[in-house]
Design a protein around this ligand. Sequence first.
Ligand SMILES: [Zn+2]
Length: 315
Amino acid sequence: MAVVAIDLGGTRIKFGLVEKGRLLDSANVTVPSSDSFAAVLPVVEEQVAMMMQKAGVNAIEGIGMAFPTIVDSDRMRLLYKYVKYNDANDLDLLGWARQKWNAPLVMENDARAALVGEWQQGAGKGTDNLVMVTIGTGVGSAALINGRLLKGSHYLAGNLGGHQIIRFDGVRCNCGNVGCLESEASSWSLPERMKSDSRYAESAFAHKDNQAPANADFEAVFSRAEAGDAFALDVRNRSLDAWAAGILNLVYAYDPERVVIGGGVMHSAAVILPYIQQYINHAAWLPQQAVEVVAAQNPDWAGVLGMGYLAETPL
Ligand SMILES: [Zn+2]
């Protein structure tokens, strides 16, 4: 029997109808503009009904939902209220799933779901010791040790790789701390990091009116660096060093066999992967070639595939 897997992002909701790891059908819809999770439920009901009808499936045996926040995946509660859906914990989601589909609901953090998707059907196949890092607007992470998802006593374990401190005298992060991996090198912090550099005003990135630069994104930084722009090259290299330091910390913390990297910056995987692989090879106090650094294979659907696996086989 099939299960339904849902990956709730900030702007998109991805749906999958999954049977024995195979995606029977999928959908990708815009999140309703309301901040209420109650407003999302009718959208979920409608998409699930459409997928079931299309695939000729009359019943489902489980439903899995990935949330971009810390999730208590034993009691199926959100631990830090996700700003967009701060009413989610007030809703009886388990009762809702039971009433609608007579099916159990499994919830998990989205980075853990993506790791499970890559582990089962992507770049993590063949190993039970895996770290996944997603570098985009923020930096997400998750760890699998001996085939078990690492959760910890507050369901934080492995998830806060973006807020590990890589520079204790660094810049202020949105979490309130200073020098986090995210505040040093992620898409949200990049424009401010660039503008704080004295070379910025004279750089190719500067806008005439000194407003937010039009192309202060990693794609532009990498392509201008490639073309020989010295400022872009410096920004690129600092970012590479920040990510490499953060990933080395995760390697020391979780001792994986493989690190899977995903996220928006992977348009520049041809530069990022060999750099981080070499950094780990040279800097890690580990046997040579002990850790393989690879690109995610299912950047768009790993969360759905992982949630499908967790709904079929809770870890
Ligand atoms: Zn932080």
